[in-house]
Write a protein that binds this ligand. Structure first.
Ligand SMILES: [Zn+2]
Length: 310
């Protein structure tokens, strides 16, 4: 069977693996991304990771390299376009150096887009032609598959659904749009809401430095203020999801990321809120699911991206 090298590059960590064409991960390693230490150093670390996983997997027939990365990134040549979480990498591409060092073609894509691709091939919705993968984490973004193909946009920037305005006049995201989905329902937004209630003097067990995970834990422990923050975030997330259902008519919207995983215990509330906001065609139910591929979804999407090219 054929194999490829796959990588998933996030703001904190990068992972590399050898993936077989039946989706089996044969070897896997990770290293810090450390974007501030420079682009060349990060490229060298990733090249070394690839060499190490290739040596471990003993796969004789490595065809190509696929890379899923935080973006924005131009999928034609892997050039970063002002990536907010990979500061200093604008205008650079790892592809030429990696192709030269490892002697095989390199294909780069946006992590959420490639996660969506993985869902349509190897996820619970394998075979789907129309699917959205929605990542709900520190930020919010999406990968969109229409007619079996990723929607990339004119410059590779499609899928930034985190900036749909769902709460006009509400919280701002890091990019500054008032009341966007990311400014209202992301992990960052939940943490900022916690800080605001603490500073306003409300009675709560939360502290000003609470993370989104802390807010979920406090809500689970019965803190009404924390419960209200999570309830608001669920409502805004549901508005975004209902809008995406109306626009794209996907077979499914699959959620992944840390905040999505934390919502698993409140899934019924999320589905009910989406249902309230969705078009009548969804009266019998909304196709909204949590990913079954866990945090390997990016690596698997990168592998598929490489197989598709090979
Ligand atoms: Zn925004």
């Amino acid at each position: 069977m054929r194999h490829v090298l796959a990588a998933d590059i996030g703001g904190t960590q990068m992972r590399a693996a050898v993936v077989r064409e039946d989706s089996t991960i044969l070897a896997r390693m990770s290293a810090p991304t450390a974007p501030a230490e420079g682009f060349e150093a990060a490229t060298e670390r990733l090249a070394l990771l690839f060499q190490q996983v290739a040596a471990r997997a003993l796969a004789p027939d490595l065809l190509a390299i696929g890379i899923a990365t935080a973006g924005p990134v131009d999928p034609t040549d892997g050039t970063y376009r002002h990536p907010p979480n990979l500061e200093g990498w604008h205008g650079r591409s790892m592809a030429p150096v990696l192709a030269e060092t490892l002697g095989m073609p390199v294909r780069v894509g946006h992590d959420a887009t490639l996660a969506a691709l993985a869902e349509t091939r190897w996820g619970a919705r394998a075979g789907a032609k129309h699917l959205i993968y929605l990542t709900v984490s520190t930020g919010i973004g999406a990968g969109i598959i229409v007619d079996g193909r990723p929607v990339l946009g004119a410059s590779g920037g499609a899928g930034e659904v985190g900036h749909l305005i769902v709460n006009p006049g509400g919280g701002k995201c890091a990019a500054g749009c008032p009341g966007c989905l990311e400014g209202s329902a992301s992990g960052r937004a939940i943490a900022l809401a916690a800080r605001a209630v603490v500073e306003s003097g409300e009675r709560t067990s939360l502290t000003a430095s609470a993370t989104a995970v802390d807010v979920f834990a406090a809500a689970d422990a019965g803190d009404a203020v924390a419960g209200s923050i999570i309830g608001d975030a669920i409502g805004h997330l549901a508005s975004g999801i209902a809008s995406l259902l109306a626009v794209f008519d996907p077979e499914a919207i699959v959620l992944g990321g840390g905040v999505a995983e934390a919502l698993a215990s409140r899934w019924d509330a999320l589905i009910e809120a989406v249902q309230e906001r969705a078009l009548p065609r969804y009266a019998a139910g909304v196709p909204v699911e949590l990913t079954a591929l866990g945090d390997e979804v990016g690596l698997l999407g990168a592998a598929l991206w490489a197989f598709d090219e090979a």
